[in-house]
Design a protein around this ligand. Structure first.
Ligand code: GDP
Ligand code: IMO
Ligand code: MG
Length: 426
């Protein structure tokens, strides 16, 4: 069998958690391959809303094994809190959750460094979630990071002291307030807790599963436009959020990748700083935020909102090799009499283009829009056969523009508010 990949094509928060949960019963294994507690993946069913940060979104499905892969940065403190929150739901978490020994650890100084680096950037700040993502990946790439497997070594505390020594040297130059005694105590308690879980060589685990014909779904975090290489650098996260990241973040060969599900909202959102060509700074944007309940799942910050951006979606589809598209939050656009879609960018020098310029960050890009009639009909509970014709026309327009079929339409946050199209292959 091959690994199917589900990832966000925009700036994150496309609805990955919801759809991984919907698809999980079809998979033996769900695996996270990058990111860490910066992610907030929302799942809703039976009237309860769950937000997962580091635990894969297959955890609510009894028969699905869940892996935190080597490409993830794992904060033991956040991990402990997440598991404790889930404990009241009678899940078999210990039997169904496996953590790569090669995943990088986030230690408390990483969070302090994140704060220090952001503050130092002033009005150029990234808008980081301040979960220690950048600093922990810096240590990984700088070949001085700690990994989950290290917690099993008698040398762990020595290694930890050496690393925090390096961090404190940097922190001396910043005025960040913290209570180190408490941070360290919480960290070591959480490390002891993490030790009681099954720590694995996840690359062997996953490849053995594939050999035994198990189906595997790789769950992306963030979105392609936040990718460290291909996103709107430097306003990005610190990992490869694209399909290639699933190979390096899990230890699966490129030839083992099967379907690539590209998930996108029927409009666009972004949380944090950085360019956003179709951003609506007016009342329409405010309406979108309210109707879509666009507030960050991890930080609670209001998300910036705007119309769909086809040049950037095409770019993400190209980089990821997307085979099927999944469209989320169609219901949110029901309030608009006219739907706009950005088909081209007008650059500062007057050029009209469909490609993302290298100077994406440093110039004012003006979106060129096509207008389509809205459907003005609430969609909650709608069946495939009853979808309004103007929504079908919007879907048809997107499929033709993007060149990839849309296999799934989401019409509400709940598991059940999901239409798997009969024309699709899911
Ligand atoms: P993720 O990070 O990609 O998993 O997405 P988030 O969970 O951060 O954000 C998506 C938000 O949209 C969550 O609050 C979901 O409950 C909600 N959501 C998902 N799909 C739909 C949908 O089709 N319609 C509406 N109205 N909300 C949705
Ligand atoms: P999910 O998986 C949306 C954004 C932050 C900031 C930038 C860098 O829920 O889609 P970081 O904390 O990684 O240093 O922040 O990336 N960001 C996200 N935006 N959804 C996410 O995850 C995000 N994770 C990080 O807002 O702009
Ligand atoms: Mg999210």
């Amino acid at each position: 069998m091959k690994v199917d990949v589900l990832l966000g094509l925009q700036w994150g928060d496309e609805g990955k958690g919801k759809i991984v949960d919907v698809l999980a019963p079809k998979y033996d294994v769900v695996a996270r391959f990058q990111g860490g507690p910066n992610a907030g993946h929302t799942l809703e069913f039976d009237g309860i809303k769950h937000v997962l940060h580091q635990i894969p979104s297959g955890i609510f499905r009894e028969k699905t094994r869940n892996i935190i892969g080597n490409g993830v940065v794992l904060d033991p403190i956040v991990f402990k809190t997440e598991i404790e929150k889930l404990s009241k739901f009678n899940l078999n978490i210990r039997a169904n959750l496996f953590i790569s020994k090669k995943a990088t650890l986030i230690i408390p100084t990483h969070r302090l460094l994140d704060q220090a680096q952001e503050t130092a950037k002033g009005d150029q700040k990234i808008g980081s979630t301040l979960k220690g993502i950048g600093p922990s990946y810096q240590d990984k790439i700088g070949r001085q990071g700690l990994r989950v497997g290290d917690i099993l070594s008698p040398e762990f505390e020595t290694k930890f002291r050496k690393l925090i020594g390096i961090h404190f040297e940097i922190l001396k130059n910043h005025s960040i307030a913290y209570n180190w005694i408490e941070l360290e105590k919480n960290f070591f308690e959480a490390v002891s807790f993490l030790k009681t879980f099954t720590l694995i060589d996840s690359e062997y685990f996953i490849n053995d599963e594939l050999r035994n014909n198990s189906s595997v779904l790789a769950e992306g975090a963030q979105g392609s436009l936040l990718d460290i290489d291909f996103g709107s650098y430097p306003f990005v996260t610190s990992s490869n959020t694209v399909t290639a990241g699933a190979c390096t973040g899990l230890g699966v060969a490129p030839s083992k990748i099967g379907e690539v599900y590209g998930i996108f909202k029927a409009y666009s959102t972004r949380v944090g700083s950085g360019p956003f060509p179709t951003e609506l700074l007016d009342e329409e944007g405010e309406k979108m935020r309210k109707e879509g309940n666009e507030f960050g799942s991890t930080t609670g910050r209001p998300r910036r909102c705007g119309w769909i951006d086809l040049p950037s979606l095409k770019y993400s589809i190209m980089i990821n090799g997307v085979t099927q598209l999944l469209m989320m939050k169609a219901d949110v656009l029901s309030i608009f009499p006219v739907i706009k879609a950005c088909t081209h960018y007008k650059l500062a020098d007057g050029t009209v283009t469909e490609t993302l310029p290298y100077e994406f960050v440093d110039q004012k890009i003006v979106p060129v829009y096509t207008e389509l009639p809205g459907w003005n009909t609430p969609l909650s509970g709608t069946k495939e056969s009853d979808l309004p014709s103007n929504l079908l026309a919007y879907i048809d327009f997107l499929e033709k523009s993007l060149g990839v079929p849309i296999s799934l339409i989401s019409i509400g946050p709940d598991r059940t508010q999901t239409i798997l199209r009969s024309t699709g292959k899911i």
